[in-house]
Design a protein around this ligand. Structure first.
Ligand SMILES: NC(=O)c1ccc[n+]([C@@H]2O[C@H](COP(=O)([O-])OP(=O)(O)OC[C@H]3O[C@@H](n4cnc5c(N)ncnc54)[C@H](O)[C@@H]3O)[C@@H](O)[C@H]2O)c1
Ligand SMILES: [Zn+2]
Length: 384
């Protein structure tokens, strides 16, 4: 090619299609349950090399999980070859503390000679899934990842999407990838060993997504709040499925699955939540922080004249009704301007914060009045 003018350009353009199943089941490792074998079959007729990584805290309360994995693999020898023993990784937010977990997993992946056709099967809470996902997304530029989320929040939000990350430089999710999983298998049975605090945490993401997207779902959460507060499976399970499906729909049909733009409505309430998690060194968990952040941004929406008093009260009623406390002393240390700037920087572009213009109606705004927000933080404290 000759360069006739100053610049010659070839426009490169292509689309990559992603498809992955998100199943809901019980006893997923039971040799007779078809969910997981179907996933491996989708990977081709071959016998697949599989490395299982599990949340240490999960293993502590479910010591028989190791046997269940072995039994599953030996019942499906035509499909699955375990390349080594289950790798236990530290559970909860410490899994995401810098690159320690990720480095360790990358080393194990290399040692076992896993290739891009091999599978990592990650079993654990959202934090472990985020860290394993980052290791899977970076080794060989991406090996197949099957997620088995074992928390409510993992099943209805963290485990079903396309993001992986770890925390670094004092910032949540600073390092990470957009790497859709090969499949997600949600097994409700895992929730039986979750402590109350963690069961509740996942309800916050359902309230969040209902508030920005789905008024009918919000009314259902309202009506079911006593059953949710008691973590009754008949209320929890449909809540999980609906919440997961709203997240999936946003990723699939929202027009920006890899978040190239500056708006991220699913992060309603998250600009303060992420800071609060860091400020309290994880004492306030992600879901609890989201409940607080949702309360704060709902109050701000009301004070900005976007939301009616009646709607605001309903939001508080649901959040408190399922057992969240809507204040934490750590909020006093929140530097609002800095937290907003950190949130903006993570997404790039100009600031875009989701507020509420009604139940089920998220709206993006480009500016936050820090003084008014400060008054909202104080008001939450006074209410408490
Ligand atoms: N990637 C995403 O799109 C996305 C979305 C939302 C949240 N997240 C991330 O997810 C994380 C929160 O996840 P989480 O709420 O699942 O918390 P978590 O992973 O911290 O798990 C909570 C606790 O429960 C333990 N645990 C897990 N399963 C258990 C079980 N079945 N029985 C008993 N204990 C069990 C864990 O070890 C941990 O101690 C945060 O780091 C958050 O940033 C990621
Ligand atoms: Zn969240």
């Amino acid at each position: 090619m000759t360069l006739s003018g100053r610049v010659s350009e070839i426009r490169q353009e292509f689309a990559v299609r992603y498809t992955y199943p998100v199943c809901f089941t019980r006893a997923a490792l039971d040799p007779d349950n078809p969910a997981l074998p179907n996933v491996f079959r989708e990977g081709g007729a071959a016998r697949h090399r599989v490395l299982v990584v599990a949340d240490q805290n999960l293993l502590a309360v479910r010591p028989n999980l190791l046997d269940a994995v072995r039994r599953f693999a030996s019942a499906h020898q035509d499909l699955v070859e375990l390349v080594g023993p289950v790798v236990a990784v530290v559970g909860g937010e410490p899994a995401k503390r810098g690159l320690t977990t990720v480095r360790r997993l990358q080393r194990v992946i290399e040692r076992h000679g896993l290739c891009r056709q091999s599978f990592l099967l990650a079993i654990g809470g959202g934090a472990v899934l985020d860290a394993v996902g980052y290791a899977a997304g970076t080794a060989h530029r991406g090996i197949r990842l099957v997620r088995m989320p074992t928390t409510v929040l993992g099943q209805n939000d963290a485990g079903v999407g396309v993001k992986n990350s770890v925390n670094a430089f004092g910032k949540k999710n600073f390092l990470g990838t957009f790497a859709p999983p090969f499949a997600v298998v949600n097994d409700f049975d895992f929730l039986a060993t979750l402590p109350a605090r963690e069961l509740r945490a996942g309800i916050a993401e359902a309230v969040k997504v209902a508030l920005i997207r789905d008024a009918a779902f919000f009314r259902e959460l309202c009506a079911a709040r006593d059953a949710l507060a008691a973590f009754e499976p008949r209320a929890m399970e449909p809540m999980i499925v609906r919440c997961a499906s709203l997240h999936l729909e946003h990723i699939r049909a929202g027009g920006d699955p890899f978040e190239f733009g500056s708006a991220r409505p699913l992060d309603f309430g998250h600009w303060s939540a992420h800071r609060l998690e860091v400020l309290t060194a994880g004492e306030v968990g992600h879901g609890e922080a989201v409940a607080l952040g949702v309360a704060l941004d709902s109050l701000y929406s009301y004070r900005r004249g976007l939301l009616s008093r009646e709607d605001l009260e309903q939001i508080f009623e649901v959040l408190e009704g399922v057992g969240f406390r809507l204040h934490h002393p750590g909020l006093a240390g929140l530097d609002i301007a800095a937290a907003l700037e950190e949130f903006r920087e993570h997404l790039g572009g100009s600031l875009s914060i989701t507020l509420l213009a009604g139940l089920g109606r998220g709206v993006e705004v480009g500016e936050i009045d820090c003084r008014l927000m400060e008054q909202c933080v104080e008001a939450l404290g006074e209410r408490a």
